[in-house]
Design a binder for this molecule. Structure first.
Ligand code: ADP
Ligand code: MG
Length: 171
């Protein structure tokens, strides 16, 4: 861990995605692992959604979801913990942008903070126009939630075409 735990917890939102090796199982398992993060408490899990791939189209559909957690991990500490979970799911980074992956965990929001550092940008730079992030985010966050620099979640959802995304029935 590169930096310290914070005295005051914040609510963070984490986006989950997978399109390889039984994606729904990868995402459910990752939620269980997020539930075990140190210095953190999982608050809510969205339903899982089947979504069309962004970027290269010759890859399987994705499963996406979002969780909220209360955490005292710093943004960098949280990122490192998420990357450790990605690695445990056998994630290989071959440099292909938006290419297939067993598990992708992104910090969408960390309280109301904005951060732009090498390797860590918060809010996540692509979240504003992506239904597969915004729709599950709205399942676990209040619609009045402010996305720093972008406006409210409700406004973002209204502007975003809700295409290529379908809830996966439970069970
Ligand atoms: P993507 O999620 O954009 O498809 P990756 O998961 O391969 O791509 O992430 C690439 C890099 O994005 C990671 O090495 C990480 O350092 C960086 N990154 C920047 N901001 C964030 C964030 N908010 N959450 C997760 N990763 C981030
Ligand atoms: Mg990522």
């Amino acid at each position: 861990m590169t930096d310290a735990v914070r005295a005051t917890p914040v609510v963070a939102y984490v986006g989950l995605g997978s399109n390889l090796s039984d994606p729904a199982a990868q995402v459910r398992q990752a939620m269980a692992e997020l539930n075990g993060l140190p210095e953190s408490e999982l608050l809510a899990r969205s339903p899982l959604y089947r979504t069309a791939p962004v970027g290269p189209a010759d890859q399987p559909d994705y499963v996406n979801a979002v969780v909220s957690l209360k955490t005292r991990l710093s943004p960098r500490g949280l990122l490192e913990a998420l990357q450790a979970i990605e690695r445990a799911h056998g994630r290989q980074r071959d440099g292909t942008r938006w290419g297939p992956r067993t598990l992708d965990l992104d910090i969408l929001l960390y309280g109301d903070e904005r951060l732009s550092e090498p390797g860590l940008q918060i809010p996540h730079p692509e979240m504003g126009g992506r239904a597969f992030v915004l729709v599950p985010l709205a399942d676990v966050a209040p619609s009045g939630l402010r996305v720093p620099g972008l406006g409210t979640l409700a406004d973002l959802i209204e502007r975003c075409p809700r295409e290529g995304i379908a809830p996966i029935p439970v069970g």
